[in-house]
Design a protein around this ligand. Structure first.
Ligand SMILES: NC(=O)C1=CN([C@@H]2O[C@H](COP(=O)(O)OP(=O)(O)OC[C@H]3O[C@@H](n4cnc5c(N)ncnc54)[C@H](O)[C@@H]3O)[C@@H](O)[C@H]2O)C=CC1
Ligand SMILES: CC(=O)[C@](C)(O)C(=O)O
Ligand SMILES: [Mg+2]
Ligand SMILES: [Mg+2]
Length: 350
């Protein structure tokens, strides 16, 4: 564990310098890791572990697109790819990576597949923390652990392949074997985490549900749409409105934030922009603060969980989500965005 000063607060983090891949392999050498669910996180974590020499199998509902994707990724039916329960029974570490609503539906069957000393692994605290709604209450004779990549499963894989990795939080909810933390850290390294920081199941799920409804996804989409609509209402062209709202952010400014922080990005813009941004940032911060308060309350009280389970438990949940995603895709703003992306030099040559 390395002690790092995070803006005045000392935290202990785990990097692959301290917990090497060789150590992770040694810790996991007698384990059979089953990735249950091959949707978004499943592929990223399973492929990274396989590349890292970990004994990983996949459990997935037969016949669907996810099963076919696992086959296309080289998992072999009957050898490294199995129906969900068969994979879970073969495993000693069950990585529960079905959708959060799917975890609830499948829990009665998964619970029966657990053996004494197994590890039940999550990448989100949802099922465990909101147990009154999910019914996911693990038996006392297993470890219950979490490694939660702070990023899309797609980039868990692409960042692994480019050598960067995604940071992950880790937590131990239940330590039956006395080895739960070591198993968790080994799993975190095996899936390709950049570095690991400690949390709890509750802190992970409260922060993650807030972040994805807030700055990372929901708030981001909302403020972009608000600015685009304002510019269009005032006669600005779709090109000008989309470039000023999205393209300049993704192709220029956010990269500077990623490179060296917000002041770096500001400092590499005009002093005209710096003055204005410094003046208006507090106004926007104060305007959205009450919304974030409402959001966190809705997360903490389980209202968000209820909504997710009510809607995402329906048989046609994915089709209904895709209808709403298509509305975004087919909006003027994001159709303009598709045209702008196509005009990027690297795309024009295609
Ligand atoms: N999507 C992401 O990048 C991230 C996901 N997570 C967490 O990882 C876990 C998995 O998330 P995703 O990969 O996004 O899941 P997902 O929504 O892609 O679903 C994964 C698989 O579960 C299957 N599934 C859904 N409902 C089912 C049911 N009732 N019975 C059997 N199979 C069912 C789907 O067919 C899919 O193949 C969740 O706990 C999520 O919160 C954490 C970080 C990021
Ligand atoms: C990608 C990620 O971290 C999210 C937004 O929390 C999720 O997909 O649940
Ligand atoms: Mg997240
Ligand atoms: Mg999430």
């Amino acid at each position: 564990m390395a002690k790092i000063d995070f803006g005045g607060t000392m935290e202990e983090v785990v990097t692959s310098e301290e917990f090497t891949l060789e150590k992770a392999r040694e810790v996991l050498k007698d384990e059979v890791i089953a990735v249950i669910g091959y949707g978004v996180q499943g592929p990223g974590q399973a492929l990274n572990m396989r590349d890292n020499g970990i004994n990983v199998i996949v459990g997935q509902r037969k016949g669907g697109a996810s099963w076919d994707k696992a086959v296309a990724d080289g998992f072999v039916p009957g050898q490294t790819l199995f129906p969900i329960e068969e994979a879970a029974k073969k495993a000693t570490v069950i990585q529960y990576l079905l959708s959060d609503a799917g975890q609830v539906t499948m829990w009665p069957k998964i619970k029966e597949c657990l053996n004494e000393g197994d590890a039940l692994y999550f990448s989100h605290g949802f099922g465990i923390v909101y147990k009154e709604q999910t019914g996911i209450i693990p038996p006392e004779n297993v470890d219950v652990i979490l490694a939660a990549p702070k990023g899309s499963g797609r980039t868990v894989r692409t960042n692994f392949l480019d050598g960067s990795g995604i940071n992950s939080s880790f937590a131990v909810f239940q330590d039956y074997t006395g080895r739960a933390k070591e198993r968790t850290l080994a799993m975190g390294i095996a899936i390709g985490s950049g570095y690991l920081f400690e949390t709890t199941f509750e802190k992970e799920v409260f922060s993650d549900l807030t972040g994805e409804r807030g700055v990372l996804m929901g708030c981001l989409a909302g403020v972009m749409e608000a600015q685009y609509n304002l510019l269009r209402k005032n006669g600005h062209s779709p090109s000008e409105s989309f470039n000023e709202t999205v393209e300049e952010l993704t192709q220029s400014l956010i990269r500077l934030v990623a490179e060296n922080g917000m002041d770096w990005m500001f400092g590499n813009c005009s002093t005209t922009a710096q003055r204005g941004a410094l003046d208006w940032a507090p106004k926007f911060r104060d305007a959205v603060a009450p919304v974030f308060e409402d959001l966190y309350d809705s997360v903490k009280t389980g209202k968000e969980t209820k909504r997710v389970l009510d809607l995402n438990s329906a048989d046609d949940y994915r089709e209904k989500l895709n209808v709403e995603l298509d509305e975004i895709k087919n909006s003027e703003m994001w159709k303009a965005g598709a045209a702008v992306r196509a005009l990027r030099p690297e795309n024009r040559k295609k």
